[in-house]
Design a protein around this ligand. Structure first.
Ligand code: BTN
Length: 300
C-alpha cells in the first residue's frame, strides 16, 4: 500500500521516520508497526488476509485515506491503515469520531469479497462487530455486547456505554473499507459524550494496544474467512447466530429513529437474513429496519 498523501509518518520509527515522540506519553506508548506487520502479514500471500499494515502518526481519517488509495488502485485486499491520531474521524450517520492521540485504536481495513454476492455485503459491518467483540473479550478481558448494528458496548458502573464503533464505506467497485474506532485508555474526563466508555473504564485487564489490535485483526480474519467460505451466507457461516447471541438490542424495547424523521417503537425480536433489525410494534406489525439510530429504552 502506498502511504496516504497528507498522513504523517510512522511514530514507532519506520525506515527514514523520526522517532521524536516515542517516549512523550509513557501512559500511551506508540504502536509497534514492525511487530504488528511481523505478526499479521503472511509473506508471499500464503493464506492470510493481511497484505500490509501501515501505522501513521496523524491523518484526517483512515477511512477517507484508504478509500482514496483503493480508488487509485494503490491498496489491495487486506490493506490495514492505522492512525495514532485522527483530526477528522468519521462516524455513522454523518457524525464525527474524536479521541485524544493514542487513547485508542483507529484503523481501517480494505475488503474485496468479490466471490460473495453483493446482496450479502451488508453483513460486513455486523461481521466486524462480532470480530471486534470477540477479539476484545479475549484480549482485554472485558464483557462486550453489540448494539445494533455494530456499536461496541461495555459496562461501566452498571451502565451500558459505547466504547467502539464501525463505519463501512464503499470504495466504488474496489471493495469496502471497514473503519473501526475503539476507546482503549480514555479517562472519564476525556469522554466525548457521557454515554461513551472505554476498555479502561470497563476494567480491562490490559490496555496495551498492540496485543489488542492483533487480537481484533486476527478475529476479523477468522470471521471473514468463515463468511467467505460460506459464500457470504450469514446462517451457514454461523454469523447470524453468533451476532444474535452477542447483541444487547435483541429482547429490548427500542426506538428506531429512521431517515426522514420517522420513528418506530417496539420490541427488537430478531436480526433477519439481510442483517436488518426486526421490531415488533404494539400494533402487531413486524417492521424490519435496515438503517437508522437505535435507542435502547428499557428491558422487556
Ligand atoms: C460510529 O460509531 O459512528 C463509527 C465510528 C468509526 C470510527 C472509525 S476510527 C477509524 C476509521 N476512520 C474514520 O474516520 N472512522 C473510522
Amino acid at each position: 500500500m502506498t502511504k496516504p498523501p497528507g498522513a504523517q509518518g510512522d511514530p514507532s520509527g519506520g525506515p527514514g521516520e523520526p522517532r521524536s515522540d516515542r517516549w512523550s506519553d509513557l501512559g500511551r506508548p506508540p504502536l509497534n508497526s514492525a511487530a504488528l506487520r511481523r505478526a499479521l502479514v503472511r509473506e508471499g500471500g500464503h493464506g492470510g488476509l493481511y497484505c500490509d499494515v501501515e501505522v501513521v502518526q496523524r491523518t484526517g481519517s483512515t477511512n477517507h485515506d484508504l478509500v482514496q488509495l483503493a480508488l487509485k488502485g494503490d491498496a489491495e485486499e487486506g490493506a490495514v491503515l492505522v492512525a495514532e491520531e485522527q483530526t477528522a474521524g468519521r462516524g455513522r450517520l454523518d457524525r464525527v469520531w474524536t479521541a485524544p492521540p493514542r487513547s485508542g485504536l483507529f484503523f481501517s481495513v480494505l475488503l474485496k469479497p468479490t466471490e460473495v454476492p453483493v446482496r450479502h455485503w451488508g453483513w460486513l459491518p455486523l461481521l466486524t462487530g462480532v470480530a471486534v467483540a470477540t477479539g476484545l473479550s479475549r484480549a482485554a478481558g472485558v464483557d462486550t455486547a453489540l448494539k445494533w448494528p455494530n456499536d461496541l458496548l461495555v459496562t461501566v458502573g452498571g451502565e451500558e456505554r459505547k466504547a467502539g464503533g464501525i463505519l463501512a464505506e464503499r470504495a466504488g467497485s474496489e471493495g469496502v473499507v471497514i473503519g473501526i474506532g475503539i476507546n482503549v485508555s480514555l479517562r472519564e474526563e476525556e469522554l466525548p459524550v457521557p454515554a461513551a466508555g472505554s476498555l479502561a473504564l470497563a476494567g480491562a485487564v490490559s490496555t496495551d494496544r498492540d496485543p489488542l489490535l492483533r487480537a481484533v485483526l486476527r478475529s476479523l480474519e477468522e470471521w471473514y474467512g468463515r463468511w467467505r467460505e460460506a459464500g457470504g451466507d450469514p446462517s451457514a457461516s454461523g454469523l447470524q447466530e453468533t451476532y444474535a447471541a452477542g447483541c444487547a438490542t435483541l429482547g429490548r424495547t427500542v426506538r428506531a429513529e429512521l431517515p426522514g424523521d420517522r420513528s418506530v417503537v417496539g420490541e427488537a425480536v430478531a436480526v433477519d437474513g439481510d442483517g436488518r433489525l426486526v421490531i415488533a410494534t404494539e400494533d402487531g406489525v413486524q417492521e424490519p429496519v435496515g438503517a437508522g439510530d437505535i435507542v435502547h429504552l428499557r428491558p422487556v
